[in-house]
Design a protein around this ligand. Structure first.
Ligand code: NPW
Ligand code: ADP
Ligand code: K
Length: 493
């Protein structure tokens, strides 16, 4: 069975608080939620580690309360547990949990008391100011110990919504156990690294439905993947065109074209300036080639295409801007990347005016800054920046990076989690543009295509690992596609 979309939902700290309040209002006491949270965290720890000595650092709020519950459950299982408190319990639920811990409570040892495992239950996702005093000292002393630290909800000192340190020191963990849903801190680059593995414990909060911020995963788009029908023919599988650069910069467009073909577009044509025809012809097999001289000729060639890629090594300037305008006048869904983005740096609104809701912009942070000056810096995190960019542009925006964010103008947003640094290699973005456009050419809705393209792209990179170059990526797509195909025919239980 596929994972329901709602299980892949990411909730902000405020949304989580609201879900918590709704449960309490509906009759589930806060202490019941805390008991489930702490018990679930203890179980997650026992699943990962055999019995060993553990020190639990408890804060004064509900995160600390979870810590006392973890302590009780681990001791019940025979684990040697030492509880250290930063301050006496201050919240009612924390007091409740502390009263049920029958062992000793020691003051926090900022120099790290020796143990095989340490549990950070100082502060959770709602922390609003930097760690200070003994908590900060402890975070510094615990640097380098992350392999034996388990964080409850979030590593203390990390902001739940941004994943950034609140300033000063923050903990890093091997495992973070959170509750109900992941928060942005668990998926965005810095926070994700601080969390280590993330496990989500169900604490019985009611299903809040499929929110519009989700993890990017096949459960999001797998059911709508454009597999060919039995009576498919190549033209029915979707026509894709890719605009080539001049003779000395043709490789990027060929990478996109090959990627589009590999991901299933039936017919892929590279549209090439006359001066680049010879070099393109020398390097193409299944990808077809057609010359264009003017933007009008380009539009005519693209007229029957379902999707188009423009940007990879297309050249920055007037000609690319004109070519984009010509393509925008066809019915093709556009994937606008690289030089096509930069060609509008002086007038981003002119670009946005030419695009439709089914077009996709694929900027890396540098290109994003050119189209949306200051937005990344002014936003609390990348999710908010990408969402605002999609709203302004009226089109889909895929903001690239270790935590690629895909946002649609209607608010749908997905964060890609399967990326790896092997993708940080020249040309990998060109392949991504080709994957997305290849899926759009097959009729996949553009937000789905962007999400599926990003996920498959990252999956290909993980399959290869060290030594990856962009040329390898399209050739790895069949392995990933086969897995998706097999899951479709034989869904996992
Ligand atoms: N939501 C849910 O559904 C469930 C949530 N659960 C658990 O509850 C946790 C959230 O609990 P929480 O809101 O009490 O936040 P927590 O991070 O524990 O305390 C932060 C407060 O401490 C205070 N503070 C004092 N000294 C401080 C210092 N040096 N540095 C900084 N702050 C300091 C400070 O108050 P201030 O002094 O600023 O007024 C601040 O407001 C959550 O992470 C999860 O583990 C589960 O039980 C299951 C159900
Ligand atoms: N550290 C990283 N972890 C995960 N993905 C990464 C990382 N660095 C880069 N990527 C991915 O690699 C691709 C690079 O694209 P881009 O910067 O456009 O490169 P190019 O222009 O050379 O093709 C993007 O999909 C990006 O998300
Ligand atoms: K914590």
């Amino acid at each position: 069975m596929e994972t329901p979309v709602s299980l892949r939902q990411i909730m902000t700290v405020a949304e989580m608080k609201a879900a918590d309040a709704a449960a309490t209002a509906a009759g589930t006491p806060a202490t019941t939620l805390m008991e489930r949270a702490g018990k679930g965290a203890a179980e997650a720890i026992r699943q990962r580690w055999s019995r060993r000595s553990v020190v639990i650092w408890c804060g004064p709020g509900d995160n600390g309360g979870d810590g006392y519950v973890v302590a009780r459950h681990l001791r019940r299982r025979g684990w040697p547990v030492r509880v250290e408190a930063l301050a006496p319990p201050a919240s009612p639920s924390c007091r409740w949990a502390a009263e049920r811990w029958r062992g000793e409570v020691h003051p926090l040892n900022p120099a790290v008391s020796p143990a095989d495992l340490h549990v950070d239950a100082l502060f959770g996702a709602g922390l609003s100011r930097p760690l200070d005093g003994p908590a900060e000292e402890l975070a510094r002393a615990a640097e380098g110990l992350s392999a034996c630290i388990v964080a409850i909800d979030t590593p203390s000192g990390v902001h739940g919504d941004t994943g950034q340190s609140l300033g000063g020191a923050a903990f890093r963990a091997a495992l973070t156990v959170t509750f109900h849903r992941r928060k942005p801190a668990h998926v965005l680059a810095h926070g994700r690294a601080a969390c280590g593995a993330v496990e989500v414990v169900d604490i019985g909060l009611s299903d809040t439905g499929a929110g519009d911020l989700v993890e990017n995963d096949p459960s999001l788009w797998g059911a709508r993947f454009p597999w060919p029908s039995d009576d498919a023919h190549k033209h029915a599988r979707g026509r894709l065109v890719v605009v080539s650069g001049e003779a000395w910069s043709t490789g990027a467009a060929r990478l996109s074209a090959r990627a589009g073909l590999r991901i299933g577009a039936g017919v892929v044509t590279l549209l090439s300036p006359p001066g680049a025809l010879a070099v393109n012809a020398a390097h193409l097999e299944a990808v077809m080639l057609a010359p264009f001289d003017t933007d009008a000729e380009l539009a005519a060639l693209a007229d029957r295409a379902a999707a188009a890629v423009i940007g990879p090594a297309a050249g920055v300037g007037e000609a690319t801007a004109r070519n984009l305008t010509a393509l925008a006048g066809t019915g093709a869904a556009l994937v606008v990347d690289a030089d096509a983005l930069t060609s509008f740096a002086h007038a981003p609104d002119e670009l946005f005016a030419r695009l439709d809701r089914d077009d996709v912009l694929t900027p890396h942070p540098g290109e994003f800054e050119r189209l949306f000056p200051g937005l990344l810096k002014a936003s609390p995190e990348r999710i908010a920046a990408a969402r605002e960019a999609a709203r302004r542009a009226g089109t889909i925006v895929l903001l690239k990076g270790p935590d690629t964010v895909i946002a649609a103008p209607d608010g749908r947003t997905a964060v890609n989690l399967n990326g790896s640094p092997w993708l940080a290699t020249a040309g990998s973005g060109d392949v991504l543009a080709g994957f997305i456009a290849g899926l759009a050419a097959q009729g996949m809705e553009s937000f789905d295509a962007a999400c599926a393209g990003a996920w498959i792209h990252a999956e290909c990179a993980s399959l290869h690992g060290p030594g990856l170059i962009a040329e390898d990526l399209p050739g790895l797509a069949p392995v990933v596609l086969k897995r998706l195909w097999d899951q479709r025919n034989h869904p996992l239980p």
